[in-house]
Write a protein that binds this ligand. Structure first.
Ligand SMILES: O=C(O)CCC(=O)C(=O)O
Ligand SMILES: [Fe+2]
Length: 506
């Protein structure tokens, strides 16, 4: 299932839960009615039952009492048994599966829960949020809802199974803090938790932490099979060395820092950048100039303000919603966790309202839209993101497969505001573009000689609060011969190093 991937369709889950709630209420009502009824029966029987009688024989020699006792045992008690066995009330509580099938109600699955768990962890990690504040429910200085020790444990577990051990430890330790304060704090829950700490520490090659956690398990639960198996794991794990992933790379670290504005452009980087009105190259711009802000001159990246109207945005969103589906990435099979969003492709020729937008892109960039890909509309939900990548393709076969040459430039429209997170980050340019409705971000992806400019690696930072909508126009090199002639020489030397930083650790 793909609810976790975007905001679209998520609200239907609230309808599902509302129905479950009202059905459960009905069940409780019926069950309570039944209990009241049974209470009445107990009362009646108690009245007739003699209690402790000294002379039983004498008591039952009364024919009416004998009759009553037999009636109760032969008729009343079987009726009670039948009554208790009658599950109509419980059956009326419509089960999840049948709900799903008979009412076509939307229902999430384990995959959605995992996605939402990893999203929370990603948000905490990217923005370096204080874990304690976060789990106490404080997001962006506002209080929402707190997480329990079990919630944190779930998240830690999902992280462990996603090979994100460092992050897993952060969540399991938070779980430990909460467990120690809770009523569930007992030897078995704690031992379970230290098993988890041991498993993560072993994977991270943290020797003393591993040993300490294993000792705690054996103190709490001397018979635990976890002790021996963790010890064995530890012995084997020590030789293996620590697994390093892309998340440990310099590039990923830079990306997160740019997302949270910890790294910003230096004054010397900004010295030659200007804000001005764009009045060329197309004559139209002399009449209706756009406010332009330069972000980088080499590689070329600029922002335009008020580049798309609210009316256009509404049309784009409503048409996209009809055929939106989980995002994929060129060159990857199926779903990927480095890009979590939903997308829809809108062909320019199919929608009249896209024609002026396409013309505007040409007016602003001087490039032809002839070979552009369809307009791509993207929606990100909570924690939705797109890790650093280049939009252009290194291997030209990939680009050619899609025809019309490489992705020479990207025009990215912001179709919504985002309250917290969701910027577009360029780790190697230290540029963070806030998602603000109506802006257009434009940059060039390849060197004049036609090679990928790795300095243009960029990412969609995780959304923390809000619902992020963007639309991409990718301009292909095919039809630009006279508008943007290729350079004759290789000029990619300035950017090749920025490819290495990823691949070193990947
Ligand atoms: O969401 C963003 O801000 C960036 C999206 C992006 O890079 C892409 O769709 O290729
Ligand atoms: Fe991109």
């Amino acid at each position: 299932s793909d609810f976790f991937a975007s905001q679209v369709g998520f609200d239907s889950l609230l309808i599902t839960e509302k129905l479950l709630l009202s059905n459960l209420e009905k069940y409780v009502e019926a069950a309570q009615e039944k209990l009241t009824e049974i209470d009445g029966i107990i009362e009646n029987i108690s009245k007739e039952h003699p209690g402790n009688v000294d002379n039983l024989e004498n008591y039952l020699s009364n024919p009416i009492r004998a009759f009553s006792l037999l009636k109760r045992l032969v008729i009343t008690w079987p009726e009670i048994k039948e009554n208790l066995e009658d599950n109509t009330a419980r059956d009326n509580f419509v089960y999840i599966k049948s709900l799903h099938q008979s009412f076509d109600l939307k229902y999430p699955d384990q995959q959605d829960f995992k996605g939402a768990s990893l999203a929370l962890a990603r948000i905490q990690d990217t923005y370096d949020l204080n874990i304690r504040n976060l789990t106490e429910g404080i997001v962006n200085k506002k209080y929402s809802q707190r997480l329990s020790w079990i919630d944190c444990f779930y998240i830690g577990n999902f992280l462990y199974f996603s090979n994100l051990y460092k992050l897993a430890l952060v969540w399991i330790k938070e779980s430990e803090r909460k467990l120690l304060l809770s009523d569930d704090n007992n030897n078995s829950t704690l031992a379970n938790l230290y098993e988890n700490i041991a498993a993560n520490s072993i994977k991270l090659g943290l020797l003393s932490e591993s040993v300490e956690a294993i000792e705690k398990i054996s103190e709490l639960n001397p018979d635990s099979s976890g002790v021996a198996s963790r010890q064995e794991e530890l012995m084997n794990g020590l030789g293996e060395g620590v697994l390093r992933t892309y998340k440990d790379s310099t590039e990923y670290d830079l990306y997160k820092k740019v997302c949270r504005d910890e790294i910003v452009p230096s004054p010397s980087q900004q010295r030659n950048l200007r804000c001005r009105y764009k009045i060329g190259p197309e004559p139209y711009l002399k009449l209706a100039a756009f406010k332009m802000e330069e972000l980088s001159l080499d590689p070329y990246a600029v922002l335009y303000y008020n580049a798309i109207s609210n009316k256009e945005i509404d049309l784009i969103k409503s048409n996209a919603q009809a055929n939106i589906h989980i995002s994929t990435v060129v060159g990857y099979q199926g779903l990927v966790d480095h890009r979590i969003s939903k997308q829809a492709w809108l062909p320019y020729k199919d929608y009249d309202f896209l024609k002026p937008i396409s013309q505007r892109i040409t007016d602003l960039t001087g490039l032809s839209m002839m070979d552009a890909e369809h307009f791509q509309v993207v929606n990100y939900g909570m924690g939705g993101h797109y890790e650093p990548h280049t939009d252009s393709f290194e291997k030209m076969e990939k680009a050619q497969k899609l025809d019309h040459g490489n992705r020479i430039a990207t025009a990215l429209f912001y179709l919504s505001n985002v309250d917290f997170g969701g910027s577009t980050a360029f780790p190697y340019l230290s540029v963070n573009v806030k998602a603000e409705k109506g802006k257009l971000l434009y940059w060039e992806n390849i060197h004049a000689g036609g090679d990928v400019d790795f300095r243009t690696k960029h990412a969609g930072c995780p959304v923390v609060l809000g619902n992020k909508w963007i639309a991409n126009a990718w301009l292909r090199s095919g039809d630009q011969a006279f508008r943007r002639p290729c350079g004759l020489k290789n000029d990619n030397a300035v950017s090749v190093d920025f490819k290495q930083i990823t691949y070193l650790n990947k």
